[in-house]
Design a protein around this ligand. Structure first.
Ligand SMILES: [Zn+2]
Length: 129
């Protein structure tokens, strides 16, 4: 899960990141995804944080995480319980159940949610700046 997140977070996205994400989908669901879709999502968002939550109550093959990302000036949360399955000795991503969160629109003078302590308008995460 962390390695998939890291692949999305690379500063310079490239085909290797996208194909890694595609390769780590379980073979049963891989055909539902495409490099083009993965690339489009990765280019549209800027990931700023990842929290792995308490796994109490989850199965051993599940991970609960919250990834935060920016789409222009909007902060969105990807809150998901992911299901993984072993395939050829590697944990592969199968599916996830999402919890919806309201989108937060940031103003230029808000503190950037990445935790840098810098105003959003000044932070590297502000694509307009
Ligand atoms: Zn920032």
């Amino acid at each position: 899960m962390r390695s998939r997140y890291s692949a999305y977070c690379h500063h310079e996205h490239n085909l290797q990141c996208y194909s890694y994400i595609l390769r780590t989908y379980h073979s049963a669901v891989r055909a539902e995804h495409s490099l083009a879709d993965i690339a489009a999502f990765a280019k549209a968002v800027r990931f700023i944080g990842l929290k792995i939550l308490d796994s109490a109550g989850l199965s051993a093959h599940q991970v609960h995480f919250v990834a935060s990302y920016l789409v222009a000036d909007k902060l969105e949360l990807l809150d998901e319980i992911s299901d993984f399955a072993l395939e050829h000795g590697q944990w592969m991503y199968c599916s996830g159940v999402l919890t919806e969160h309201p989108v937060v629109r940031l103003s230029r003078n808000d503190a950037c949610p990445c935790g840098s302590g810098v105003k959003f308008k000044k932070c590297q995460h502000n694509q307009a700046g």
